[in-house]
Design a protein around this ligand. Structure first.
Ligand code: TXA
Ligand code: MG
Length: 342
């Protein structure tokens, strides 16, 4: 069984990583399953540990001291067009370290096993102090997918990682609950276009203000976004969605007649109160008492996980029509939890 390490024992984790082992580490978004990027053995064990197919590429995490120039020099990033370089530099300057993953031309030192044979590599500079200390000590970038089993719910606490992978890994570093709770936003920087591959913790509006070029947000049809399978981030129980409190009440009432116990994720307390009054065989989770988008994002996966672990046999979750700010990422994850493509 995995040992949960406190940050004061970080050197144990660093030594294990240097010795080509995989270690779960906290980031500001979700916990990641880290391994050194330059070790084929370590990269292979990341895929094996998660049960992840080789066609789903990994994000490479870099130290807070990295710059675009140093990454190019080290062979992590390849050649960029002048336009791509300008956009990348602006985004890095403003949003790194933080929840933004940039997909850039792959450098010669990045193995195609990491990128699922793509000529592009996904890079991120995490903002969590524990992950940063590890990167400073290993002095080598680390791949890190979310530390859950393939297609499962991303972990936002060390205990979640333990429940997912405790029997498969040796160490989990406990960095407390993740501040943002939802994965990074992924942007694909091509020579003449920039596209959103995954909405995430950094809202598109903020990126658009800084990028200085248009960002395409429509669904990108490309083999380079294979991780965007429609079923992802999902509980093991069947999931249906409702749009807004009224639809939630109607569907909860109907489903409660079919299922012995219904798990319901309400977005706000008032939405939950309406259900409580008229439906009895429900297990309720409230994402955020006042519907604050940041709190919804932070608590989403924890709520899903509790409902999935409860006795309920069917889950109903409340989403919104709004796609502004963080709600774009929240509704994307809810769609995927329900096996629907957004
Ligand atoms: O917030 C995050 O990004 C977290 C933390 C741990 O950093 N990581 C994370 O990794 O969410 P993962 O592996 O669960 O999701 C990464 C997504 C996948 O859907 C994958 O398809 C996409 O990034 N991706 C990775 N490399 C790519 C590449 N070279 N081109 C296009 N998409 C890529
Ligand atoms: Mg993941």
């Amino acid at each position: 069984m995995a040992r949960i390490l406190q940050p004061r024992s970080l050197q144990v984790a660093v030594q294990a990583l240097l010795a080509e082992d995989v270690v779960a580490l906290p980031t500001e978004t979700v916990y990641g399953l880290a391994a050194r990027f330059d070790s084929p053995i370590a990269v292979e064990s990341v895929f094996r540990t998660k049960g992840r197919p080789a066609h789903d590429p990994l994000i490479v995490h870099v130290a807070p001291t990295a710059t675009l120039e140093s990454l190019v020099r080290q062979g992590v990033v390849g050649v960029l067009s002048p336009r791509a370089r300008r956009v990348t530099q602006k985004l890095m300057a403003r949003f790194w370290p933080g929840p933004l993953t940039l997909v850039l031309p792959r450098g010669r030192r990045v193995s195609p096993n990491i990128t699922a044979d793509s000529d592009y590599v996904a890079l991120r500079m995490p903002a969590h102090p524990v992950f940063q200390r590890v990167l400073r000590s290993t002095r080598v970038p680390l791949v890190a997918p979310s530390a859950n089993r393939f297609q499962g719910i991303s972990p936002t606490r060390a205990e979640h990682v333990h429940a997912e992978l405790g029997d498969r890994i040796r160490f989990i570093v406990d960095g407390g609950p993740c501040k943002l709770g939802i994965e990074s936003t992924i942007l694909w920087i091509q020579p003449n276009t920039v596209s959103l591959l995954r909405p995430g913790a950094l809202p598109l509006e903020a990126l658009r203000k800084v990028a200085g070029v248009p960002i395409r947000a429509s669904r990108v049809r490309s083999s380079i976004a294979p991780g965007r399978e429609s079923r992802h981030y999902s509980p093991s129980k069947p999931v249906a969605l409702a749009v807004g409190p009224r639809d939630l009440l109607i569907k909860a009432t109907a489903l409660s007649k079919t299922f012995r116990s219904l798990g319901v994720l309400a977005r706000t307390q008032s939405s939950a109160d309406r259900i409580k009054k008229s439906v009895h065989n429900v297990i309720l989770e409230v994402a955020s008492p006042n519907g604050d988008p940041q709190e919804v994002a932070r608590r989403l996966y924890g709520c899903m996980r509790r409902l999935d672990n409860s006795v309920s046999d069917f889950l109903l979750m409340e989403t919104t029509r709004s796609k502004s700010g963080l709600l774009r990422a929240v509704s994307d994850r809810l769609q995927r939890a329900a096996g629907l493509t957004s």
